[in-house]
Design a protein around this ligand. Structure first.
Ligand SMILES: *Cc1c(COP(=O)(O)O)cnc(C)c1O
Length: 734
């Protein structure tokens, strides 16, 4: 029998590892202790325990007999942390000595740590988690955003308002790192005019470590202390702030690992934001191994992996040459190169003094392996960067692709997990990359699968009701009219979810083009449909906000009342509820602007179906029977025409496919064909579109070859002059 203090300490230790976020049994311990408090602290386990306090803990833990569950969870965590367990225990080779350093400007691990704004961050979080599950040694390197990403409230006019809360570090599962002398550990990066400082924060994500740089310390001048105050500064702030953030991330990040005694064997740059890291790696190689710059770059490039995420030319990070020279001055001097050489590394044409400095170009020129995030995005990227390889045709450009996947345990509903345990075997989670495992779904009784899904939809309905009541309360709306609206939410109604950032290319308005049609469709007395929207617009994006306002107004328009809902403050938590409960996940980006998209993958695992334009992952995943396609993937030269056609096609799919299929019931009330599609979606998609598959792909195709510095050897006749060297790096492994 453990003392109460011991139990509390054990649970606190669990709380300090985000592993607990993807263990349903642990989440249930917290929610069973005090569900109201659990919700109030946004599922933050550390804040929960500290606010609950010893007395309440002691009282509840004994009254509800939670002791043995805590002890069991604690043992499971110890087992989980064993270094040799999993795929990596056998295959990780040299990475066990020198891990992968995974650089990213955002990490979406959990709703309690809002240092992500969308897909890029959630992907990075899922990457860390699967690396941990698999035992691929990997350290995340990122920035700490004191106020995180904004929280969204919609005011009575339907206008998005942004609110910010300051992070309380001692209430988060985050630790500030200190050196052996007990002093706070810091790193410095000099610019030509001043010095940036940052302290280091550590977040434990299963076996993966995430290290975050925090410039909010007194060593910095006030402006720099606020450098990473909000996450949206990364996308909406000034160029000067941006380059300073990126300097901190790439150069400061590598120095921070050094300060922690971590010697990475591979650098993985998740998007161009972190592309200064290879330059710092070259500087370290020069300093420590007495190399010249060209030799250092030859040493570093084969150890670097670059993932690009942006299919739009204008979306790539670019800086004015003067700004680069100012900020990289001291580093450039240590590298022993002149300004023109430095700038040339970020230019497609190094001779063109008018060309701005592009972080993606820098990354492509200093890393030996590069990839896009879906098949279609790989080919878009090859076309986009073809000018970097004059003389090669687009298909010969050495940018491959590794399609994104999602961390299954983080997105899977506990009820679905139990169903998988029953039918796919106890160890199904360790074998999710095998198609045979998912074949087991075909043997599941239709009724059992449908009942589970229906239950989850009921939970989603409860969640949306709770949220809408709370939201309306915050706007002081009369409770009875809100109650009337939310009571119409119906778990038996065909439910379509649409949740994502309100970026214009995602076209949230596509379904709203023809309101008369929409009214008929949603309110059909026999076969109704309900729509649930969620998503944030960037604070500077007026048009995105107007779109939210339009959806807000439609949600209280008498024509749509009770059929169309807007859930505020889309984040990982809202996302988790939606993907676990909807029948259909709608995604209609303008092809080819969705690099991959991952939210639909979360839906598949939970027994939902995708209805999407043939873009991103769906372009390679859709086989005619595992969901629904909008259009045929053709791109019309005229954007407006393409939008109009796809709006029509979308209406047609809903009217002629979704609705009839969903409401076609047999004598036992089951939509047999719909269920067959769910099963086929699971069998054909789940083994591939998960983050374990993605991380193993990275490990096999990139990390392991890179960790040996392995690449096609530099032919003897190539002198180590920079031009031929960059040309050699550019040959790239694929
Ligand atoms: C999964 C997820 C995303 C990414 O979804 P996309 O379909 O790529 O837009 C964005 N935000 C949150 C909160 C998510 O959970």
């Amino acid at each position: 029998m453990s003392s109460t203090q011991e139990l509390y300490d054990k649970l606190m230790e669990i709380a300090f590892n985000y592993w607990c976020g993807w263990q349903p049994e642990v989440v249930e311990i917290f929610s069973d202790l005090d569900i109201a408090l659990w919700r109030e602290v946004r599922h933050n386990p550390v804040a929960f325990l500290k606010r609950l306090g010893m007395d309440s803990f002691s009282e509840r833990v004994h009254k509800q007999a939670i002791e043995s569950r805590i002890i069991y969870a604690y043992h499971r965590l110890q087992e989980y942390m064993a270094p040799q367990r999993g795929w990596g225990g056998v295959h990780a080779g040299p990475l066990k000595v020198r891990p992968v350093a995974y650089f990213s400007a955002e990490f979406g691990l959990h709703e309690s740590l809002p240092i992500y704004s969308g897909g890029l961050g959630v992907l990075a979080g899922d990457h860390l988690k699967s690396a941990s599950d698999l035992g691929v040694p990997l350290v995340g390197v990122g920035l700490f955003y004191d106020q995180g990403y904004f929280r969204q409230q919609i005011d009575a006019q339907g206008w998005q308002q942004e609110t910010y809360g300051r992070a309380e570090l001692d209430m988060l599962p985050v630790e500030r790192l200190c050196g052996p002398d007990g002093q706070v550990l810091t790193v410095q990066v000099e610019t030509s005019d001043d010095t940036l400082h940052a302290s280091l924060l550590k977040v434990q994500v299963g076996r993966s470590l995430l290290m975050l740089l925090d410039p909010g310390i007194e060593d910095n001048v006030p402006d720099d202390q606020r450098l990473t105050e909000h996450l949206e500064r990364l996308y909406g702030g000034g160029r000067r702030e941006r380059i300073r953030q990126e300097l901190l991330l790439g150069v400061g990040g590598l120095r921070a690992l050094r300060a922690m005694g971590i010697e990475p064997g591979v650098l993985h740059l998740n998007e161009g934001h972190c592309a200064f890291a290879p330059l710092e790696a070259a500087r370290q190689a020069m300093q420590e191994q007495g190399m010249g710059f060209a030799e250092a770059l030859e040493y570093v490039a084969p150890r670097c992996v670059f993932t690009t995420h942006t299919p739009v030319e204008a979306g790539h990070d670019r800086f004015a040459p003067e700004m680069v020279c100012e900020h990289l001055g001291p580093l450039r001097e240590q590298l022993g190169i002149d300004e023109k050489t430095l700038l040339g590394l970020g230019r497609v044409d190094p001779e063109n003094d008018a060309e701005p400095f592009c972080m993606t170009v820098l990354a492509l020129k200093t890393t030996q392996r590069a990839n896009g995030v879906s098949a279609i995005h790989g080919s878009v990227s090859r076309r986009m960067w073809q000018p970097l390889w004059p003389g090669r045709r687009a298909h010969e450009v050495p940018i491959g692709h590794i399609t994104n996947g999602v961390h299954v345990a983080s997105w899977l509903a506990p009820e679905m997990r139990r169903l998988y345990v029953r039918h796919l075997g106890r160890d199904w989670a360790e074998r999710i990359r095998r198609r045979e495992v998912w074949q087991g779904i075909l043997g599941v009784d239709d009724g059992e699968l449908w009942e589970t899904h229906r239950f989850l939809k009921g939970k989603l309905v409860e969640f949306v009701r709770r949220r809408l009541l709370r939201q309306a309360g915050a706007r002081s709306e009369p409770a009875d009219s809100v109650a009337r609206r939310v009571d119409k939410l119906d778990p038996d109604c065909l439910t379509i979810g649409f949740a994502r950032r309100f970026a214009l290319y995602k076209r949230a308005w596509l379904l709203l083009q023809d309101e008369a049609w929409l009214e008929r469709c949603l309110t059909d007395p026999e076969r109704p449909v309900q729509l649930i929207f969620a998503g944030k617009a960037h604070p500077m994006d007026e048009r995105g906000k107007e779109l939210i306002q339009r959806i807000f107004r439609l949600s209280r328009d008498p024509r749509f009342e009770g059929h169309l809902f807007l859930v505020e403050d889309y984040d990982i938590n809202v996302g988790r509820h939606l993907v676990q409960g909807v029948d259909v996940w709608l995604n209609n980006p303008r092809r080819p602007l969705e690099a991959c998209g991952t939210s639909g993958q979360k839906v598949v695992l939970n027994g939902g179906l995708n209805c999407s334009t043939l873009d991103g992952w769906w372009a390679e995943a859709y086989d005619g029977h595992n969901g629904f396609a909008i259009g045929s993937g053709l791109i019309h030269r005229d954007e407006a025409e393409q939008d109009k056609r796809e709006a029509e096609q979308l209406r047609r799919v809903i009217e002629l496919e979704l609705v009839p299929l969903f409401y076609a019931r047999d004598e036992s009330g089951l939509p047999r064909e719909w269920i067959a599609r769910i099963k086929h979606a699971l069998v054909s998609l789940a083994c591939k579109y998960n983050a374990d598959r993605m991380v193993v792909d990275y490990a096999e195709q990139a990390y392991l070859p890179a960790s040996g510095g392995c690449s096609s050897a530099l032919p003897d006749e190539v002198d180590l002059d920079l031009t031929s060297l960059v040309r050699w790096i550019a040959r790239k492994e694929r």
